[in-house]
Design a protein around this ligand. Structure first.
Ligand SMILES: [Mn+2]
Length: 373
């Protein structure tokens, strides 16, 4: 069979305060086109459908429209899992009747043990999970290590392997040896560590979500599709797209999608940046990240540059940050425990104790499920 592998749509995501709704719809339209042109039998979405656990109404409407388009109008089966940004419980609502139209959406470890079968392939849809969920599933209090948990999960999946079928794992985690970009996990507390690749060799293909760069990992059978759109300046030069995977004979092809509005990196002197030969080359709708090479002070530099580049998402000097657009993402990208420690010290003048840290870390573990990358 042939399927399309995508992930990390993050519907509702903002790029440094700019709404990405139009960009995401444009990218989705291309995915739809690729699915039709390549005549895929199914669409795999490897987690992080939404950007947050409580998406706003607009985001819910937009994702629903996309699923309706693929699943109801084009009649493409969908195989999906919840990622760490999604609320598993919320996505799970409707799971039973989604199945009626071949929209398979798993949000728990237990559901992942029963494969979804299509022609020659069994799909094991393993959502993002936290270690306490593995502890509960196996009723094993001693289970504190991700590698051990993954070993047990895969062992249990293999009990359901049909010998005459191909086996595809769909999952949302950080695979060992992968490289991260700035728009990914900054919150490690309570989250999962790296999964060793040698645990995954029993699968014919592993369709991963979580990391946003398709080049985060280079492995013939274990792949990240990367995110739907570019979500940080560090992804400016990456290519977005989807994998088209054939199970027999095995073959995979990356098909690129072209962004509606790209992230443009500019590094130059101020005088150059405000000359027509430079700014005329940049589309007004593109997001621009500027590095100034000047040493002198330039009064009102951000406002002046905005006349030529309306959508500046970052402005820095070669060696130091001068100014940044208002950006709620920046604080969120700091490690939350570090933020708390700093805050505690600022407020009380004392260092936080180990006991307090443990309490805070446990509380955080319970709430961050939907707030990481
Ligand atoms: Mn993600």
């Amino acid at each position: 069979m042939r399927f399309l592998h995508t992930a990390d749509w993050h519907i509702g995501r903002k790029l440094y305060g700019y709404d990405l709704a139009k960009e995401q719809e444009h990218d989705f339209a291309q995915i739809t086109k690729i699915a039709l042109e390549k005549k895929v039998d199914a669409i795999v979405i490897a987690g992080d459908l939404y950007d947050r656990a409580l998406p706003n109404e607009d985001s819910v409407n937009r994702l629903n429209k996309m699923i309706v388009e693929l699943n109801l109008k084009l009649k493409k089966p969908i195989l999906a899992i919840s990622g760490n940004h999604d609320s598993a419980a919320r996505l799970n609502t409707g799971r039973e009747w989604f199945k009626a139209t071949q929209y398979f959406l798993n949000t728990s470890i237990e559901e992942a043990m029963t494969p979804v079968e299509f022609s020659d392939t069994q799909f094991f849809l393993l959502p993002y999970f936290q270690i306490f969920q593995a502890r509960n599933f196996f009723a094993d209090e001693s289970l504190t290590d991700l590698t051990v948990a993954m070993k047990k999960i895969i062992k249990k999946m293999k009990e359901n392997f049909a010998a005459n079928k191909k086996h595809v794992l769909v999952a949302h985690f950080f695979a060992a040896g992968s490289t991260k970009t700035d728009s990914e996990t900054k919150i490690e507390v309570g989250g999962l560590n790296a999964v060793p690749l040698d645990l995954l060799t029993d699968f014919d293909y592993v369709a991963l979500g979580h990391l946003h760069d398709v080049n985060a990992l280079h492995d013939e059978r274990i792949k990240y599709s990367g995110s739907l759109a570019k979500f940080s300046v560090s992804e400016a030069e990456t290519t977005k797209g989807v994998w088209i995977v054939d199970t027999e004979p095995f073959h995979s092809d990356f098909v690129a999608i072209k962004p509606l509005n790209d992230i443009v990196l500019l590094q130059d002197r101020y005088e150059e940046l405000i000359s027509p030969s430079v700014y005329n080359e940049v589309d007004n709708e593109d997001f621009v990240a500027i590095t100034l090479t000047d040493k002198a002070v330039i009064p009102n530099v951000m406002n002046n540059l905005r006349e030529f580049y309306p959508k500046i998402i970052s402005l820095s000097r070669e060696n130091q940050i001068v100014d940044l657009p208002k950006n709620e993402d920046i604080v969120l990208e700091l490690d939350p425990m570090r933020l708390l420690e700093n805050f505690f010290e600022d407020m009380t003048g004392e260092k936080i104790t180990e006991q307090q840290k443990k309490w805070a870390s446990n509380s955080l573990e319970r709430v961050i499920g939907g707030e990481e990358e």
